[in-house]
Design a protein around this ligand. Sequence first.
Ligand code: ADP
Length: 648
Amino acid sequence: MKANKVINVLLVDDERANLIAIRAILENPGVNLIYAASGEEALRQALTHDFAVILLDFYLPTIGGLEVAQIIRTRSQTPIIFITASRPEEFPVEEAYSLGAVDYLTKPYNPIVLKSKVNFFIELYKRTEALAASERARYLSELNIKDGRIRLILENAKGYAFIVTDIHGIITEWEGDASAVTGWSADEMIGKSIASIYTDDDRATGYPAIELELAVRNDVAADKRWHIRKDRSLFYADGVLVPLKDTAGQVHGFSKIFRDETSERLANEELRRLAENLAEVDRRKTEFLATLAHELRNPLAPIKNGLRILRLGGDVNAATAKTHEMMERQVNHMVHLVDDLLDISRISGGKIELKKELITIRELVTSAVETSIPHIESGQHKLNINIEDDSLSLYVDSNRIAQVISNLLNNAAKYTRPGGHIELLAFVEANEVVLSVEDNGIGIPAQELCNIFEMFNQVERNMGHAQGGLGIGLTLVRQLVELHGGTIYASSTENVGSKFTVRLPLANVDHLAPAAPAAAVTGSTKALRILIVDDNVDAAHSLRSLLEFGGHTLFVAHDGYEAIKMVQNYRPHVAFMDIGMPGMDGYETASEIRKLDDVSGITLVALTGWGADNDKNRSHAAGFNKHLIKPASLEVIDSLLSSIEPSF
Ligand code: ADP
């Protein structure tokens, strides 16, 4: 409050003479005594000025004092002192008080009493004024601080746009970076509908009304979409739309706060496209590997068969025996590589199927060691096997887990200097079977350890020992272990040795039926008529030569049409048929053969590079009895032939 503020006191009296008397009594330079000669005048003054106290004559000509007090009281709390000429007992004290009078004085009044009463109210007024002023000042300063803070936030929230609208979505505030983001200034947008920043497509589907409704219903609506700028370009806004409510909870508008995320969004889309491209490249690579492996496999089968024929025919003399052995070793090595490649591409394509059975660790280890023994022996290594308990069993695809163990043994043999030690341990730990293969070989540098399970990863300094590996063995090992729900871990110290630890879930023997014993390889004894159908002439003839050793009668066809004719003419007991043949493929040929009379007893065997489930289902549907994967081993063919009873 300003110190020199004049304080008003109103005197209402129809006798002007009283004014002079009271002015003399109240004499105070800070007080401005305003005079009203009538009730009407008093009311006019009371409406236009602020008074510390009103001295109100009880008897006024037109509107009485009580009535004036009543009207004043409806608008303000200004204290009223009645001055009355009546005798105290005639003054309607109660009524006066009920109208808000604070006191009354009877004429002739004591000037000192009047002065002290008026002064009291002047003082009171001064105090309340001072209080009100400081209260107001505090409130204003708080508002300023808040407003300042809000300003600060709005000005510094770079990239954020703040828009306020009324209940109909008409923009009332356009703050923050709203202009920078959209290109429209506040002047252009205030008074316009918020729909202006929505794309034509969104507007056609009911936006922004849909979003406003959603915000009302849920108290907030996520606001992530492409919007439109003044120049018609698009920007991606990520933010929220919030309904603004009054104290009664009535929605009276909306606040839309968003950030321009156009560049992030575009970068993400680019990343997604890149990832998709990479996935596509990866898919093509896997497909390429699969095709390559198939193509490599086809010529290998006849070579393998050819070598076998030479051996069985006894044509190998002492001079060629070494070359023969070398060729067999190399072919086996290639078959192994190609098989690994195929397995990897099958696993990557999700096409591998595990044929799980209950098997003891002892059996698995025996089979793995059998495969790896040539490597171990050629390195003159000492192999120590320690299996905690011979009854330890796993429920796994036995071929696959034997493959895992033999791969680890092969590596241990390859990467250990001649005369090394290899240790194979198997024991149970926390419901898992732990299988470890440890060598005292050249080891793996620490920085390479984390990469050795990656495809095509080979340790540079170990390359001299790699023996033509491709760096896919450990990738396959890990994938096979993980397919079985297990883990593999490698540890190593350079020039000291390496240890590979595989953990596989222990078989719950109570819940598993033991696997059927493997069919014994009996060797075929019956002489059969056998038809071989393959467009690859070498493959067909090498298989023919191989089977002729069993005393069978062989026929060879190089396409489907020829095959059907031969079936009709020679009524073979069994036909080994390639699937991918030009003209009529194996499926079609098989279904045609199945339509022929008299040969319903023929056993049709698909001999193909494709072994996924759906390939097998297809060959079964076409009428094949068996589905063998090239190159099928002689044992498998043999056992198949011995199971055939020539009934026609
Ligand atoms: P490769 O066909 O090269 O043997 P792997 O995938 O089986 O491929 O192994 C990857 C690499 O890990 C190998 O090239 C070799 O450098 C390293 N490695 C694997 N096993 C051992 C081991 N027991 N001792 C030392 N190095 C090993």
